[in-house]
Design a protein around this ligand. Structure first.
Ligand SMILES: Nc1ncnc2c1ncn2[C@@H]1O[C@H](COP(=O)(O)OP(=O)(O)OP(=O)(O)O)[C@@H](O)[C@H]1O
Ligand SMILES: [Mg+2]
Length: 491
């Protein structure tokens, strides 16, 4: 039977078959277009809504702060890092990028701006990411107050329902893994400082580029090795700390006179471990709870530093009383404080951080959040510190940074002048046994000041200075002896 002879019923069924096929082809064309619009380079939200009629899409939101806005979520940071790569890819379709300095002199890390979308393809499946932010809730959420005023930031991932298992089971873990890898690659060490109590952000940072390493730090070789071994043990101690049930953190107390290398040691530690530094200015922290908040915002693999802890705050009632008495004496003498001192005192008055707040920060329940953190306190006056603050367990390792010994001098002479022996070394050795000079001062004498300066002139100047110090010391001792004699005579 030819087609011409086909029965009306056959014609009818043939026609409806063709119509159905045509509709199917049309639907598939429309869908392909919508899908292309949705996920392709020029997708938009309207297209996504239309596409949802044909095949529903699902979304997953990754918030910058989990629930109570306590700490930037790891997932958010990983997604952000992953999307940096996708954003730079021309196929991603991002038109507005944010740029931040990256590792390397001229490098920039680019990421998507607010309300930008980026397309991604995983095993042939189309996925779309949107970056957006929202104003905070009226009451500021958990943190309330000034920290609650910042916008909440989010990434939202869109995908088709049919791809649910692949996206949730494989794509998202893949994004986190890749994001972590990007973070490691782009990681520039940072030096953070806490901002004034009135600032919405808790920390601001610059790239940490201190050149000091243990290779250029002058101290007795055995002591240096002991510190480096201690740091290695800490860094590799994840399992140990978990086994003995201790938070993975360690406290170091660096004490010694000004110029003996305490700050320099912190830089060397950070360079050795490849950690960030959080330098806490305690006088800018208003309350104990603010101290806890800034602590929670620190990341692992970091050194948290409080320099000159004895000067930062009046940490005990006892010392407050002492200070009041001292101020009263000064007022009696008509002694005027200079502007800096007044400012410092005003700051201290504005801060209500207490000893117990600092102890809590070091080893309270909150201190266990995050892990792999070193806390360093420095002081010129270890005897002034409250024993509770520096007991082992809080400040686990006490390191005395001392005046320059002959071994440290030889080390500095090699670094600064490139000499390992010299006829003046014997003089320096015997003089260093008698007078106290800081490595900072020795370094200064060993630094050539003009083209004509060399090892002879620099070492000659150092010997001259050491002799002068020795004579001064002898004179002072003589004077003291005479005073004692006079006192004895009076008695
Ligand atoms: N042990 C050292 N090895 C090499 N250089 C040192 C050493 N100690 C000090 N210096 C040099 O002296 C300078 C001052 O040192 P640093 O700032 O570390 O002293 P500090 O102990 O922190 O002093 P302060 O108590 O006043 O803060 C630095 O520029 C550093 O290069
Ligand atoms: Mg210092």
């Amino acid at each position: 039977m030819s087609a011409m002879e086909a029965s009306p019923a056959a014609w009818g069924s043939l026609n409806s078959g063709v119509v159905l096929s045509l509709i199917a082809v049309l639907c598939s064309m429309v869908w392909k277009n919508l899908e292309g619009m949705f996920f392709g380079r020029h997708f938009n939200r309207q297209a996504r809504r239309l596409a949802a009629i044909v095949d529903p899409y699902l979304s997953v939101t990754v918030a910058e702060y989990d629930g109570g806005r306590m700490k930037q979520s790891d997932a958010y940071k990983e997604v952000q890092a992953y999307l940096q790569r996708a954003s730079c890819d021309a196929g991603g379709g991002v038109r507005h990028l944010k740029a931040e300095p990256a590792k390397g002199a001229d490098a920039l890390v680019l990421s998507m701006g607010d309300n930008e979308e980026v397309a991604d393809v995983f095993r042939g499946v189309n996925i779309s990411w949107l970056a957006y932010s929202k104003p905070p809730p009226e009451n500021g959420g958990y943190w309330g107050g000034r920290h609650g005023r910042a916008n909440r930031r989010f990434y939202r991932l869109f995908f088709l329902e049919r791809d649910r298992d692949l996206v949730l089971g494989e794509y998202l873990p893949y994004v986190r893994r890749e994001g972590r890898a990007v973070m490691v690659k782009n990681r520039r060490r940072k030096l953070f400082t806490n901002l004034s109590a009135d600032d919405d952000r808790m920390w601001s940072h610059v790239a940490f580029e201190h050149p000091k390493t243990f290779e250029t730090l002058a101290m007795k070789a055995a002591k240096k090795k002991e510190i480096m071994d201690d740091l290695d043990t800490f860094r590799n101690g994840k399992e140990y700390y978990a086994r003995v049930g201790k938070p993975w953190k360690r406290g170091y107390l660096l004490y010694g006179p000004p110029g003996t290398g305490k700050s320099t040691m912190i830089a060397a530690m950070a360079n050795y471990l490849d950690y960030d530094i959080y330098d806490i200015e305690l006088t800018s922290v208003r309350t104990n709870s603010d101290l806890r908040k800034i602590f929670i915002e620190t990341t692992s693999k970091s050194i948290i530093v409080i320099e000159d802890i004895d000067c930062s705050l009046d940490l005990t009632g006892k010392r407050k009383k002492k200070k009041k008495a001292k101020d009263a004496d000064a007022a009696k003498d008509g002694d005027k404080k200079d502007g800096d001192q007044e400012e410092e005192d005003k700051k201290k008055e504005g801060s209500k951080v207490t000893l117990s707040g600092v102890l809590n920060f070091i080893d309270g329940l909150w201190s266990a959040c995050g892990g792999e953190r070193i806390i360093v306190f420095t002081t010129n006056h270890v005897d002034k510190l409250d024993p509770a603050l520096i007991r082992r367990g809080r400040m686990d390792k006490h390191i005395e940074m001392s005046y320059c010994c002959f071994e440290a001098f030889k080390f500095l002479a090699k670094i600064y002048l490139g000499v390992e022996s010299h006829h003046l070394f014997d003089d320096v050795e015997s003089l260093l046994a008698e007078v106290e000079i800081t490595p900072a001062d020795v370094s200064e004498y060993l630094t050539p000041k003009s083209d004509g300066d060399n090892a002879d002139t620099c070492l000659g100047d150092l010997v001259k200075e050491l002799k002068r110090m020795k004579a001064e010391k002898a004179q002072a001792a003589q004077l003291r002896g005479k005073e004692v004699e006079a006192d004895d005579d009076e008695e």
